[in-house]
Design a protein around this ligand. Structure first.
Ligand SMILES: [Zn+2]
Length: 162
C-alpha cells in the first residue's frame, strides 16, 4: 500500500482499515523516507484516530494505532537512531492503565530481513525453545537482548544491553 492510501485508511475511522494501516506504518518504522510522508499529517491522524473502539481480547489493538503515531512523532522530533523505537515506551491513549508499555511485535527475524539488525547469538532453553536473541543495530551498533515469548500470541521484549 502506498502512503496516500495508508493515510486514507488510518483516518477512515473504520477500525479494520485503521488497524491495517497502523501495522503497515509499524512495518516501515525504521524507514525515514517512507514515514516522512505522514509528518505533515500528524495532527490530522491523531485527531481522526481519537477515541476509536479498537478492541482486542488478549491485548488491546489500540497499541498498534498509538505506536504508529509514536513512530511518526519519532521521525519528526528525534535525532536518535531508529533502533530506539525497539525500546521506546508509550501510554495507551484509551486505557485507564497508568503504566507505559513497549510495542511487543518487533520480530527480530523480520528485522534482520529488513537489514535493520544482525543476529549475534541465540540462547535456548533446554536446547529447544528460544530464550533470547542477542542482536546488533546495523546503523549504530547498539546491542539488544530480545526475549521471545509465546502466550496467546508471539511477542518479543527488547532491552538495550549495556
Ligand atoms: Zn541503532
Amino acid at each position: 500500500m502506498k502512503q496516500e492510501e495508508l493515510f486514507n485508511y488510518i483516518t477512515s475511522r473504520d477500525c479494520n482499515k485503521v488497524w491495517q494501516s497502523a501495522c503497515e506504518i509499524i512495518k516501515h518504522s525504521h524507514n525515514k523516507e517512507f514515514i516522512k510522508y505522514f509528518i505533515p499529517h500528524l495532527s490530522t491522524i491523531i485527531e481522526k484516530t481519537n477515541k476509536l473502539e479498537m478492541g482486542g481480547f488478549f491485548a488491546p489493538n489500540q497499541r498498534f494505532v498509538d505506536f504508529a503515531i509514536k513512530i511518526i512523532e519519532f521521525h519528526k522530533n528525534k535525532e536518535n537512531c531508529s533502533c530506539f523505537l525497539y525500546i521506546e515506551k508509550f501510554h495507551l491513549s484509551n486505557s485507564l492503565l497508568k503504566k507505559e508499555i513497549k510495542y511487543d511485535g518487533f520480530n527480530p527475524k523480520k528485522e534482520v530481513e529488513k537489514e535493520n539488525i544482525i543476529f549475534i547469538t541465540t540462547c535456548y532453553i533446554n536446547k529447544k525453545w528460544v530464550d533470547y536473541y542477542l542482536v546488533e543495530c546495523c546503523k549504530c551498533k547498539k546491542r539488544f537482548k530480545v526475549e521471545e515469548r509465546e502466550g496467546h500470541y508471539m511477542f518479543w521484549n527488547w532491552n538495550e544491553v549495556e
